[in-house]
Design a protein around this ligand. Sequence first.
Ligand code: PGA
Length: 306
Amino acid sequence: MHISFRQIQIFQTVAQTENFTRAAELLHMTQPAISMQVKQLEENVGLSLFERQGKRIVLTAAGRSMHTYTCEIAAKYQGMVETLEELKDVHQGVINVSAANTSIYFITRMLAGFSQQNEGITVSLNITNRKTLVEQLQNYEADLVVMGEPPANLDLHSQRLMCNPLVLIAPANHPLAGQKDIPVSAIIGEKFVVREPGSGTRAAIERFFAEHGHTFTSTLEMGSNESIKYSVIAGLGLGIVSLHSIKLELETKSLVLLDVEGFPIQRYWHIITREGKWLSPAAQAFKEYVIAEAANYSQDYQQLLL
Ligand code: PGA
């Protein structure tokens, strides 16, 4: 049994108007063309779908049965058209953004600014560590990813956003506080509170020490920058964190930066999409907003190093 989508549309319109002429007007067809299509449909189905009652065209029992399905098909079709229209609209839609833990200090503020200007767009923000972000890129899960260095082994579109200097932090009363040009050897015996393996910050710390001929060993590992900051303030050890995460603590002087050779470790933030992943106009707008805002943030943070 072959029923074309056009025949379903014609059937649905005739069933609702109960009038061939009216249906023809709505579908921009001639009345004989409508009658012909209905006749052909009835032949294909092998049942009468309409019967004449005076001037009215009414559904037969078979027609009523078919009508319950065509109503559903029409509603689904309408839903599909609306969804596709929404996707074309830059002012609507849902964007899935995944971002590194350490980026919360700027990405949340950017998100607030973007949301104020784009009330129809919902941004679903997933905050996680580098290891999970790489897996998400691999599986085409997120529309956009904000992270440190892009993984080298994947096809990606990656754009540098701004510097992400990793600084060495200590409690204000630390003996090395205020000293200039401290050699790396002076901190080798220190206790360190750092991020967990899998974190991009952690990988950069390990690379730094390896490049200076030392194997890095941590005293305490923590899954968030906030816990590291509080641990350092409490005197549990030194920390190495992104400058973005300690703006308030530097302003209130509850933490200080140690001037150790090789610090800050220079890294960069990137905004990344997986090659082949389609970006909706809304996601594209968010990406452009973040890139434009990053330039302002960069200047803000560089001042903290002065
Ligand atoms: P992290 O990410 O929060 O996993 O350390 C930062 C980065 O990718 O550099």
